[in-house]
Structure formats: C-alpha cells, structure tokens
Ligand binder design. Structure first.
Ligand SMILES: *[C@@H]1O[C@H](CO)[C@@H](O)[C@H](O)[C@H]1NC(C)=O
Ligand SMILES: *[C@@H]1O[C@H](CO)[C@@H](O)[C@H](O)[C@H]1NC(C)=O
Ligand SMILES: *[C@@H]1O[C@H](CO)[C@@H](O)[C@H](O)[C@H]1NC(C)=O
Length: 447
C-alpha cells in the first residue's frame, strides 16, 4: 500500500518539475492506477528527457469521469499547457526516437497521425459499422494529435448532445468522435509509426511479451473457476470447454439451473443455483461469489467465466502473478466497458478476476436488485460504490477474434475470447490461446 502512494507521489513531482520548459510537445501515456502498470509507465519515463512534459491518463482517474476514454481529459491538458502544439498519445511500452518524432511533427502538414487499423468486416464491438476504409489509431504505435484538432474537438464537444451509451473500444470510439467533431481523419503512416522495431521507424512497440513476474506464492492451485451455465448447454458448450481449456486438474464448478438426469455425468462438478434467468445472471454470479467465499476458503483468486468463454489458463496465471500484488487490497481485473458517464464494469463474457478481499467487500455491501439484473454491470456499480478500482486487461476479449483488428491482435498474447457461434471453437483455441506450460514449471499439464 505504502509503495503505491510513494509511486503516485513520484509521478506528481515529476509532472510539476517539467512545466518549466516550452511545453509544445506533450506525451500522454495511457495508464491505469495499478502498481504494475505504474511500474511499466515509470520504465517508459526513463526513456523520455525531463524537459518533455509527461502525463498519465490514470492521474485523472479521481477527478474526471470516463478518464479512460481519453478525450474527457483533453480540455484539462490544454488548460494546463497553453503552449501545446502536439499531443502524443501512447502506451507504456511504446518506444520512439523523440528527436526524430519532434522533427517530424514540426514539418508535417497533417494534423492527426498514427498507425492505422482497419476493420475488414462489420464488428460487433464497433456496432457493426460498414466503414472499412477509415483507419483508427493503434495507440501502441503512438498517435500525434495537433493543437488545431484538440481545440476544435474541445470546442465542439461542449455542444455535442448525442448521449454516450456504451464505451467498448476506446481507440475506435475516440477516432469516430474526432472524425465527427473536427472533420479530420487519421493520416495512416504505418511505416513511421510502427508496431515493432524496424529501421526508419519514428515509433515502435515493445509490448509483445508474456507477463513474466517471478512469483512462487501464486500457483494454479490458488485459482478457483466458477462457470455459469444452463442445462441446455451441458452437452454442447461444456463439452467444448473440456476439449479446450477446462482441464480436470483445474479447480472449478459449473453453476447451472438443473441437472439432466438422463444425459449428465453424475460426477460432474455441478452446483444448482436457485433461480435461472435467461439473461442478466446476477443471481448466478452472486451464488458463485458466495460459494467461493464460504466453501473455497483455501483459494486466493476467483475467475468467473461463461460456458462459452475460451481462456488461456497459462497466461491467466501469469497475469494474476503480475497483477494480484496484495491480498489486503481488493483487486478486480477484467475487460473494461463503460456505461455512459455513470460507471465502468468488467464485461462478463471475457472473464472476471477477483481476489478474496474484493469478493468479501462485494458480498458485504452489494445485493442483486433482481435475479436477472445484468451481473457485470451491477458489479461495476458495486465497485464504484465501494471505490474499488477495476483494472483493464486488454488481452481479455468479450468477442471473437474476427471482431478485432488482426494487426492489433498480432502484437498481444490474448488471454480470452467469447462466444461459440459460427466459429470452429477448437481451432480458435489452438490458434490464439493454446500454450504449453513450460518444462521448468512444475505443472506439466497442458492447457
Ligand atoms: C521495469 O524495469 C525493470 C528493470 O529493467 C524490470 O525489472 C521491471 O520488470 C520493469 N517493469 C515492468 C512492469 O515491466
Ligand atoms: C534518433 O535519430 C537520430 C537521427 O536519425 C539518430 O542520430 C539518433 O541516434 C537516434 N536516437 C536513438 C536513441 O535511436
Ligand atoms: C437431456 O438430455 C437429453 C439427451 O441428450 C436431451 O434430449 C434433452 O433435451 C435434455 N434435457 C434438457 C432439459 O436439456
């Protein structure tokens, strides 16, 4: 806990001391108020000279609603840096040749530049848009936004009346808003704004590696999986889970409405929940939380997944080793979606990860309004009420691989995908998620 505060303090001191320069080129790193991400961000800062102002999105978390969707903090940045000419938005693992990048920004006629991503088919996470020729930025390669575009954006956003509904894909939605409000399209300079290191690149991404945190204290045996299912899906979805990631050695239960006396295996680890709901699942999810709390006391971590969620258990364990740094502080990991200006939540299909402290606090403070309240959204509301920060994990996916830009998927190691419709489940699992536990690991099982 203390360590976290010291890091926060360090960052704020850093920001103050750098305001004494010309402040024309400002770097904004997309970050999270989580100590692992802060460590990544700190590492990034060591590549940036002290006279360049360096901002972090997470430092607006307590003051600006929807800070994580980036544009809500634009006006605050312009207010603070009146001399700003360029805002460079990037991720903690984006690297760049700053001299060349600044030179480039001084010469270019373009106003909004980066590495363009394209949809090749209508995607559920982009509201099935048919615009395939309009690039949106990959922040891993960094994106330059000029003052012109920012000012116009801020100006026009004040009278923008369309309500914000669901926040799903930040980079896509931010781009849509910039297009709409400022009439500016992203200039795609993929050869200069690169997603891996190549000669002549101004920027590149160093991200594609495993979460490698040496932790002996967190093993597979510390993870408990609660899977939400329904009698009709036992023979279809659950069988597919077993052909992919749901290994017998994992600690799990299947939370369902009833057992099929003729078809189901009596030894299967079913747990019957009192009420079944077609949608929503609040009751089912809280049954899992309660069961973990009361009956699974030896486990530190709870993963809640759907019966059509594909997981890479190896990567999940590595993720937990890096991110679950304290048993005393409640921690929740998930894929962040937002609901308007109200709250964010870990979207359920991609998997939700809790430590015991988080489960305890949720159970003692929140109760489903109705059994079929949407479970993930209600959890988001509950986390907000409890002031528990949800940490966004971009390797978790609410949709199937084809809903995401191929190029964007290529520079990450995905941890989950969701929904079995119209895909070859086993093939998708093999292609995107399957990875052997290494030989040095004492678990020799494959997932
Ligand atoms: C930051 O850099 C240090 C030193 O190279 C390294 O040990 C650490 O793992 C890095 N942190 C992250 C989160 O990558
Ligand atoms: C950045 O580019 C300049 C000009 O090409 C070069 O002289 C310099 O070595 C580069 N710096 C780094 C850190 O690569
Ligand atoms: C139970 O299993 C049988 C045989 O597979 C199937 O025909 C029936 O529809 C199942 N019942 C339910 C409620 O899913």
């Amino acid at each position: 806990m203390k360590y976290i505060f010291i890091l926060f303090l360090l960052f704020s001191i850093d920001q103050c001391s750098s305001t004494t320069t010309t402040n024309e080129f400002i770097i904004l790193i997309i970050s999270e108020p989580h100590i692992y991400i802060l460590s990544q961000a700190h590492n990034a800062s060591t590549f940036i000279p002290a006279h360049i102002p360096l901002l972090y999105t997470h430092s607006y978390a307590s003051s600006i609603p929807n800070w994580y969707s980036i544009y809500p903090i634009f006006s605050s940045i312009i207010d603070q840096y009146s001399q700003l000419k360029w805002l460079f938005i990037c991720e903690p693992q984006t690297r760049f040749n700053l001299t060349k990048l600044i030179e480039f920004s001084q010469k270019t006629k373009d106003l909004y530049i980066g590495h363009g991503l394209y949809d090749t088919e209508p995607s559920i996470i982009h509201h099935y848009s048919f615009s395939f020729d309009n690039p949106y930025p990959d922040f891993s390669s960094g994106t330059l936004i000029s003052r012109n575009v920012l000012s116009l954006f801020i100006d026009r956003f004040q009278s923008y009346t369309k309500p914000i509904d669901f926040i799903i894909d930040i980079k896509y939605e931010l781009n849509q808003l910039i297009n709409e409000l400022t009439n500016t399209k992203l200039t795609d300079k993929s050869k200069l704004f690169c997603n891996e290191y190549k000669k002549n690149c101004l920027t590149w991404y160093e991200g594609q590696y495993d979460y490698l945190c040496e932790r002996k204290d967190i093993q597979l045996d510390d993870l408990y999986f609660g899977i939400k299912t329904y009698v009709k899906y036992h023979k279809t979805r659950i069988d597919l889970l077993k052909k992919t990631w749901l290994n017998n050695k994992l600690h799990y239960n299947l939370f369902t409405n009833e057992i099929n006396e003729t078809a189901d295996n009596k030894n299967e680890r079913f747990i019957i929940t009192k009420e079944n709901t077609d949608r929503g699942h609040c009751h089912k999810t809280f049954t899992i939380l309660n069961y973990f709390h009361k009956n699974k006391e030896n486990f530190q971590f709870l993963i809640i997944a759907d019966d059509d969620t594909l997981l890479s258990v190896k990567r999940l364990l590595e993720l937990i080793r890096c991110f679950m740094l304290s048993n005393d502080i409640p921690m929740v990991l998930g894929e962040r979606y937002g609901y308007g200006n109200y709250y964010d939540y870990p979207t359920g299909g991609s998997g939700m990860i809790f430590n015991r402290q988080a489960v305890q606090q949720i159970l003692s403070n929140c109760e489903c309004p109705t059994p079929d309240t949407p479970d993930d959204m209600f959890l988001g509301l509950c986390l907000k009420r409890l002031n528990i920060q949800l940490t966004h994990i971009r390797e978790l996916h609410q949709a199937q691989p084809n809903a995401y830009s191929k190029e964007w998927l290529q520079h990450q190691k995905p941890i989950s995908f969701h929904k079995f419709e119209d895909i070859n489940v086993e093939e998708i699992y093999q292609t995107y998620l399957y990875e052997k536990f290494s030989q040095s690991h004492h678990e020799k099982d494959e997932f």
